[in-house]
Design a protein around this ligand. Structure first.
Ligand code: G16
Length: 543
């Protein structure tokens, strides 16, 4: 027997979605009524009567239980069908692909992305729209407003659904369809690449290591790399998704993917290394003794994409988030493509992709993607790199150096100060904003400020204005510092400082980025006194 139950609930403060949905400590999400309150607000805001929805997550702790709650609430709200990845698993790009392929009204993605998982770590939930992309701010604002005034939520009283078995079952009137989590995504990306050329590359002895970081991409990477492309078994490591990501931090960067970095910089390094994050949308690319920064990776992909069949006719344009380095701008200018600078957050690319203004997008936070879905896609980026390597038959380092020779090099680093007191961090940003008009002409640690502003974005498609998206300070010598508060943390505030400088001279391309940017870091400290006032000796993470 099934019946819709109306459960009284108190409005919950603080359920404001950040850069990509709501992220909180797992224990907070598990508090009775907490997940339900946010889900109720979402279901009411988007309206799901008669709708087809997609559901899946990155397999982190509470993923399975949250899936059952979301299914029963979707049924209580009159959804007609929910398509779920087996085991309630779906990578974020796979969820995006499924929403599009099934013409669904949208989908729930259960993930806190690259944040650690487990009872004492993080959980997250976001809703993606019919185009497959994250909900725009108009929708997340409406969800937030509802969370603050709900007095009840609706849920179907019914036994749990068996999500381990493929096929259809019913939850009240609603059909639950369990599908293979890999298949739809694989069918979406396969036609974009020259699999024959990549197979030939592997057959020639080319070696690769893909670190799935115990997160969701393991099954995807095994199916496509070791299955379709014939890479030897063992190419994919840490390939079994685990609820706490093997106790690790599934963030593909040189700090958290250190074992892979050590292998790639060691004596027996394979030709190519890559990693992906908790929910499979981020990527790290590394050659033999050659780390490729996400900003450089976007620029290299933009310059070489036409080597892959899916992009053979060229790109309409490229977009990058504001703190991402300006390397991609140079490719767009040289190739006569559209170019856009957007606020941080993949949702800002959606309109540009839907309108056909850009084909490729990327962010410094290790996200790259194209118009095949409306999310960044970690394995897609890896496949495009493989396609380029197969076509050019050069090493990653050779490709990167040739790129810098042609376009110049944008030295780049990001310094993160994590878990700062929120009031302190906001105060620092407010003070800096107030001082912006007075900065041009002044020097800090010997570097003169030329221009300073706070980034605001007017969407060229729908005209909406998004303000307060980070501070940009341009210094003499084609250098830039950006400061912004993270929208994905779950503890205090994280202040990110992005530093970059353009170097056109190939004779000066071999410096270490930290050294090349040390004077810029000193200028930012002289301007903000961050270390002195926070009592920190330096950033917690430098990437
Ligand atoms: C999310 C968004 C990304 C964005 C990143 C920024 O990444 O999807 O588009 O670049 O947040 O993070 P922060 O605000 O901490 O700098 P993900 O991979 O966590 O979904």
């Amino acid at each position: 027997m099934t019946a819709v139950r109306r459960v009284p609930t108190q409005p919950i403060e603080g359920q404001k979605p950040g850069t990509s949905g709501l992220r909180k400590k797992t224990r907070v999400f598990m508090t009775p009524g907490y997940l339900e309150n946010y889900a109720e607000a979402t279901l009411q805001a988007v309206g799901v009567k008669g709708a087809t929805l997609i559901l899946g997550g990155d397999g982190r702790f509470f993923n399975d239980k949250a899936a059952q709650i979301l299914l029963k609430m979707a049924a209580a709200h009159g959804a007609a069908r929910v398509v779920v990845g087996r085991g309630a698993l779906l990578s974020t790009p796979a969820a995006s692909a499924l929403i599009r392929a099934r013409r669904a009204q949208g989908g729930f993605i259960m993930s806190a992305s690259h944040n650690p998982g487990g009872l004492d770590a993080d959980f997250g939930l976001k809703f993606n729209m019919a185009n497959g992309g994250p909900a725009p701010e108009s929708v997340t604002d409406a969800i937030f407003a509802l969370t603050k005034k709900l007095s009840e939520y609706l849920i179907l009283e019914a036994p749990d659904v068996d999500l381990a078995r493929l096929g259809e079952s019913r939850l009240g009137e609603m059909v639950v369809e369990v599908v293979d989590p890999v298949e739809c995504w694989r069918e979406t990306v396969a036609p974009l690449f020259d699999f024959e050329a990549i197979r030939a590359l592997f057959a020639s002895g080319f070696q690769m290591r893909f670190d799935a970081m115990h997160a969701v991409t393991g099954p995807y990477a095994k199916a496509i790399l070791e299955g379709d492309l014939g890479a030897p078994a063992g190419t994919v490591i840490n390939g079994e998704p685990s609820p706490d990501f093997g106790g690790g931090h599934p963030d593909p960067n040189p700090v958290w993917a250190k074992p892979l970095m050590d292998e790639m910089y060691g004596p027996a390094a394979p030709d190519f290394g890559a990693a992906s994050d908790g929910d499979g949308d981020r990527n790290m690319i590394v050659g033999r003794s050659c780390y490729v920064s996400p900003s450089d990776s976007l620029a290299v992909l933009a310059a070489n994409a036409p080597l892959a069949p899916g992009y053979a006719e060229g790109l309409a344009g490229v977009a990058r988030s504001m703190p991402t380095s300006r390397a991609a701008d140079r490719v767009a200018a040289a190739r006569g493509m559209n170019f856009f600078e957007t606020p941080t957050g993949w949702k800002f690319f959606g309109n540009l992709l839907d309108a056909g203004k850009v084909t490729l997008c990327g962010e410094e936070s290790a996200g790259t993607g194209s118009d095949h879905v409306r999310e960044k896609d970690g394995l897609w980026a890896v496949l495009l790199w493989l396609n380029i390597l197969a076509a050019r038959r050069q090493s990653v380092a050779e490709i990167l150096q040739a790129h810098w020779r042609e376009f110049g090099r944008d030295y780049y680093t990001r310094h993160d100060y994590e878990a700062l007191d929120s009031a302190f961090a906001e105060g620092l940003m407010n003070d800096l904003c107030a001082a912006l008009p007075s900065l041009p002409g002044k020097s800090f640690a010997g570097l003169a400020v030329e221009k300073a502003d706070e980034f605001a974005y007017r969407d060229p498609v729908d005209g909406s204005l998004t303000e307060r998206q980070g501070i940009r300070i341009y210094f003499a010598g084609d250098a830039r510092a950006v400061l912004r508060l993270s929208g994905t943390g779950t503890e205090g505030a994280t202040l990110r400082i992005y530093l970059e400088r353009f170097e056109p001279d190939p004779a000066r391309h071999a410096q270490d980025p930290q050294e090349a940017l040390a004077d810029l870091a000193a200028a930012v400290e002289a301007l903000t006194h961050l270390r002195a006032s926070s009592g920190r000796e330096g950033p917690d993470v430098r990437t």
